[in-house]
Design a protein around this ligand. Structure first.
Ligand code: MSP
Length: 673
């Protein structure tokens, strides 16, 4: 049985935990719990990234030493993960001696290989990314595409890593390990990035001192990304030396283990290109897989402090419990794709799937029937006497368990939950069809026992399969069924299958509903309390990408005509990714007279689903085949339950409205400027 090692990115401590970082950590925890319950030796690592110029500057602004500042910022992360039920095995801080020593050791290994040399460097540096950029990768005006802030021109003598020497080796490695980067689209992106050529990487900084010192050169600190990436192995200790006992490195790093890094799509390049190159240089194996998930938006908008829609997990946990947030995030967002967070859809899933689907199933059988008519015990039945309809549900339970396991092995938590919910649906349908309440009235105890047993067995499957996602609720469910608390142990596979069965005769413990309903007013009040608060006008900044928002307020004291938008500039215009696309499909969105659902081919950008509020002015068929102008870099946004991945540009309002269209057939994906 191979060991399993899962990691989250180490989070910069200048931010507080939010639902974006919670998302990675919960996903890693779900995987760790799943592998633990399969009996595999499992290790889950998270931690914090504490070095770099950004943190040094922030500490200075606050009049603190960098160490005091980072020390004060670590507990919120540990508390948040604990509150969310994320049970990591280790928490690494890059300021720890064990980490620094290992980062320096890795540096020495790469240097001994001849891959580190000194040279002058002049480059455009984004402090937010802690990375140099080439001009072609920046937005107009040398603005960082991620942080939307101008980069700085830095000039220094630095150490370099001979990344260019690893192009072919990396490409060969990707070919040999097609699962190394997931999802597949990202694997192709990484391959094409590397095929375009790699430049040597500046690997040290001399312009600030808050970092791990370069071995034998006190004037330099190690580049923060080299420092940060090493965390994944520094937390495992050095490989075993002759005469020493086994170190975690020897158990949890390939080739002995499956090592999976969960990362956000924005930091994929560092993990999928730099990290394996550093490891190859040091003569160490690469991790097994880098899994890049998408980004969360909030009510369709990018999370940002200036928009005031930065969502910390704690208030949600206080309102609905950690398990509900865990379930919602893992269920609502396809792992690997961007997704939108909204309190409304969290409550919809709470009431729909959790309350009406799962909670009700338990309640219908346990509280209403077992307690009242079967003496509170799991009935004893002869499995061979079950009817085909019973066996069909047990087969569905096995199929659901096999499918959910496969999805979790492949790191698709949302698909695993879909597979699990197929069983919730099947079990509810089974109860509707077998009508146990009628059997109670008819005093048909034998058939009633079979139906109840079969339903409870399905619930046992559900309790076990849901444990990685909702450890508290799943434990409660298993407890109500009369089962012992789950305690994973190495070598013991606790995933449900027909190898184990619900024992007949045990006493159940019906309790309070798992997912009690919120009254309408209560839910509305909670949503209002949890809703992101818009920033005070004085603190508002113009968010150029929020083209679907009202114009930003003017600075206090500056009079302006409210019918006009504030002045902009060419840099801001350059941030809009305006493209020409062709409408391939257009149809009305059910229950809306305004919205049309379009599929628009944007050439190299692929085909996007876009919802446009033009249904009163256009018949869908009139749009098919038309070339139109699209704003392509808006964060995805949900409307009427559908995701919109862009905006169609149209002129006019009220009675007259016209979709903008180029007068000649320019190629699809052409930029509009
Ligand atoms: N310190 C580096 C990682 C070093 S790993 C060797 C870093 N830290 S970060 O705090 O800025 O970001 C950490 C992770 O949070 C990234 O994977 C990033 O994608 C993720 N997220 C930050 N905001 C997010 C969303 N809104 N949605 C989803 N994930 C997001 O980068």
């Amino acid at each position: 049985m191979s060991a399993f090692y899962v990691t989250t990115p180490i989070y910069y401590v200048n931010d507080r935990p939010h639902i974006g970082t919670a998302y990675s950590t919960i996903a890693a925890d779900v995987l760790a719990r799943y592998h633990r319950m399969r009996g595999e030796p499992t290790r889950f690592l998270t931690g914090v990234d504490e070095h770099g110029i950004k943190l040094e500057r922030r500490a200075k602004e606050l009049g603190q030493t960098p160490q005091a500042y980072v020390d004060s910022m670590v507990p919120p992360f540990q508390e948040a993960w604990q509150q969310l039920g994320c049970e990591y095995d280790d928490f690494i801080r890059t300021t720890e001696p064990r980490h620094k020593a290992r980062a320096q050791a890795l540096w020495r290994m790469c240097k001994a290989r001849g891959d580190i040399y000194q040279d002058d460097y002049q480059g455009l540096y984004c402090v937010g990314c802690e990375a140099y950029y080439t001009e072609k990768d920046l937005l107009e005006g040398n603005v960082c595409p991620i942080h939307k802030k101008p980069v700085e021109l830095l000039n220094e003598r630095t150490y370099f890593f001979r990344l260019s020497a690893y192009q072919d080796k990396l490409l060969a490695f990707y070919e040999a390990h097609p699962q190394f980067v997931q999802p597949e689209g990202r694997y192709n992106e990484v391959k094409s990035f590397v095929s375009e050529g790699l430049r040597d990487l500046s690997l040290s900084r001399s312009t600030f001192s808050w970092g791990v010192q370069v071995p034998d050169d006190p004037g330099h600190v190690i580049y923060v990304w080299f420092d940060a990436l090493v965390n994944y192995i520094s937390a495992l200790g050095a490989p075993k030396q002759p005469g020493e006992g086994e170190a975690p490195f020897d158990t949890f790093w390939p080739p002995h283990a499956k090592a999976v890094h969960i990362v956000g799509k924005d930091i994929l390049r560092f993990h999928a290109v730099y990290w394996p190159a550093f490891l190859m240089s040091a003569g160490l194996p690469a991790p097994t897989q880098v899994w890049a998930h998408g980004w969360l938006t909030v009510d369709g908008q990018k999370m940002s402090k200036s928009l005031g829609n930065f969502i910390p997990p704690a208030p949600i946990v206080e309102a609905v419990g950690a398990d509900v947030l865990r379930y919602y995030l893992m269920r609502d967002i396809a792992f690997g794709q961007d997704g939108d967070f909204s309190h409304q859809s969290l409550f919809a899933r709470y009431h729909g799937e959790l309350g009406n689907g799962l909670g009700n199933l338990l309640n219908r059988i346990l509280a209403s029937i077992v307690r009242k008519t079967l003496d509170g015990r799991v009935p004893v039945v002869e499995r061979s006497e079950l009817l085909p309809i019973d066996r069909a549900l047990l087969d569905a339970a096995q199929a659901s368990a096999a499918n959910a396991a496969r999805q979790l092995e492949d790191v698709h938590p949302n698909r695993a939950l879909e597979a699990i919910w197929e069983l919730v649906t099947a079990a509810n349908k089974y109860v509707d069809q077998t009508e146990p309440w009628k059997l109670v009235k008819q005093n048909d105890t034998q058939r009633l026992s079979q139906v109840v047993y079969t339903s409870l067995e399905a619930l046992r499957y559900l309790g076990l399969m849901l444990w990685p996602f909702m450890p508290v609720k799943a434990s409660e469910l298993l407890h109500q069924l009369g089962l012992d608390a789950l305690s994973p142990a190495a070598g013991v596979d606790l995933w449900p299958s027909d190898r184990s069965q619900l024992p007949g005769g045990i006493e159940t413990r019906p309790g309070t509903p798992l997912f009690p309903r919120f009254e309408k007013e209560q839910e509305a009040a909670l949503i209002a309390r949890l809703a992101p608060k818009p920033p005070e006008p004085a603190a508002a900044s113009v968010e150029p990408l929020g083209a679907d928002k009202a114009a930003a307020p003017a600075k206090p004291g500056v009079a302006r005509d409210l019918s006009e938008k504030p002045a902009t500039n060419i840099d801001m215009f350059g941030q809009l990714d305006l493209r020409v696309g062709e409408v391939k499909l257009a149809e009305r969105v059910p229950k809306s007279d305004k919205l049309l659902r379009l599929e628009v081919d944007l050439g190299p950008l692929g085909t996007r689903q876009i919802l446009a509020g033009i249904g009163k002015h256009y018949a869908p068929e009139a749009l098919v085949g038309k070339r139109i102008a699209v704003l392509a870099n808006l964060p995805p946004r949900k409307m009427m339950g559908l995701q919109s991945q862009g905006m169609v540009l149209a002129a006019g309002d009220g009675d007259v409205l016209s979709v903008l269209s180029p007068s000649t057939a320019v190629p699809l994906g052409s930029t509009i400027a």
